[in-house]
Design a protein around this ligand. Structure first.
Ligand code: HEC
Ligand code: HEC
Length: 309
């Protein structure tokens, strides 16, 4: 174990009660910091299709300006590729748009981790003045005038169009919006050749630096809130503010990075993390090795079926 990583693991252990790891902590030893992605899909296909329609519906926003898909763009892996989102009336938002793939599996939502319930998160998000600035009475009035949509709601929910049912349909859609398992999941389940020897070196590197203290669990992140600037103060975060540790699944496809989208490449993000979060200066070949490991977390999108299964 690197010397700095040792002090860092003691720090993490004392502050957060996590189990310290060593470089020799192989994945086969228990407990592993990582879990394979669940494969079962928990959604009702009819309600998910209704959610899919709502995801594209600008009537959820102020003056019909934006749909969910204006920022979480399906064709762009669920992001908008901008540093920060652009909301109603072209206002620049406070945060980078995260991808929604696997979002229903997150235990902490939003960059500051301020929500833990996805239903509540979306309910608030729609009304957020920097996101959609939607007003529920206006949304319900507009959607209720749509005869086709009203009938579809009645077919799925006895109470018809309500704010609760709109959010429920969106959550069913997002549940269908999870990624299929990656090569790393196959490796976690015991297929030792699912990742290459070079990628295994990257995994070792990731663990010997202690990245897995924070990026762990089934999403390799997404379940802890941690300071940015643990070992050295991070210049852009002088007050050592905490952020939700992001999931690293499909991270190779979701540049730019960090809560403010200030980091444009994955290599730069890794370099900053190693320095400020673990106290290590990485060489280019070490960074490249971690990129290779992160590529094993790539997977493809599950699509909502067009008809009943
Ligand atoms: C104007 C752009 C924009 C629109 C429109 C938008 N979002 Fe978001 N979304 C964001 C941003 C930015 C964040 C991060 C906000 C934060 O961290 O406070 C986010 C975060 C989320 C999250 C939490 C994800 C995570 O990783 O924590 C969910 C879930 C979500 N949005 C769903 C939706 C849904 C559903 C809609 C449509 C009803 C929608 N969003 C519309 C920009 C947008
Ligand atoms: C002490 C906890 C902690 C450790 C250790 C840590 N990270 Fe992070 N990581 C975070 C937090 C918090 C963020 C979010 C930063 C922000 O939003 O500005 C983050 C962000 C990232 C991102 C950007 C993801 C995105 O979607 O924007 C990458 C890539 C990353 N970390 C990789 C690593 C690697 C590689 C290591 C090991 C060298 C590591 N992290 C160690 C907490 C940690």
């Amino acid at each position: 174990m690197r010397k700095k990583t040792f002090f860092f693991s003691v720090f993490i252990f004392c502050c957060f009660g996590l189990i310290p790891a060593t470089a020799s902590w192989a994945l086969s030893t228990s407990p592993s910091p990582f879990l394979a992605l669940p494969t079962e899909q928990k959604y009702d296909a009819k309600i998910a299709r209704l959610g899919q329609k709502l995801f594209q519906d600008v009537r959820l926003s102020k003056d019909n300006q934006l749909s969910c898909n204006s920022c979480h763009i399906n064709q762009l892996n669920g992001i908008d590729s901008r540093p920060k989102s652009i909301g109603p009336d072209n206002q620049i938002g406070h945060f980078n748009t995260p991808s929604l793939y696997n979002a229903t599996l997150l235990s902490k939502l939003f960059w500051e981790g301020k929500e833990s319930n996805i239903h509540q998160a979306i309910h608030t998000h729609i009304q957020d003045s920097t996101i959609m600035a939607g007003k529920w009475p206006d949304i319900l009035a507009a959607l209720s005038h749509d005869i086709t949509l009203s009938t579809e709601f009645k077919n799925s929910f006895t109470s018809g169009i309500t704010d609760h049912n709109i959010v429920t349909a969106l959550v069913h859609y997002l549940n269908a919006f999870n990624y299929t398992p990656s090569r790393f999941d196959a490796y976690l389940k015991g297929n030792v050749t699912a990742i290459s020897p070079e990628e295994k070196i990257g995994l070792k590197q990731f663990m010997s630096l202690g990245c897995h203290f924070c990026h762990q669990g089934k999403l390799i992140g997404g379940n802890l809130i941690m300071p940015l600037g643990v070992i050295y103060p991070y210049p852009d975060n002088p007050n050592n503010k905490k952020f939700r540790v992001p999931s690293l699944r499909n991270v190779t496809k979701t540049a730019p990075y960090f809560h403010d989208g200030s980091i444009s490449t994955l290599e730069e993000a890794i370099k900053i993390m190693a320095k400020y979060q673990t106290g290590n200066d990485l060489k280019d070949n070490e960074i490249h090795s971690i990129v290779l490991f992160l590529k094993t977390l790539e997977s493809t999108l599950i699509k909502v079926p067009n008809h009943e299964p």
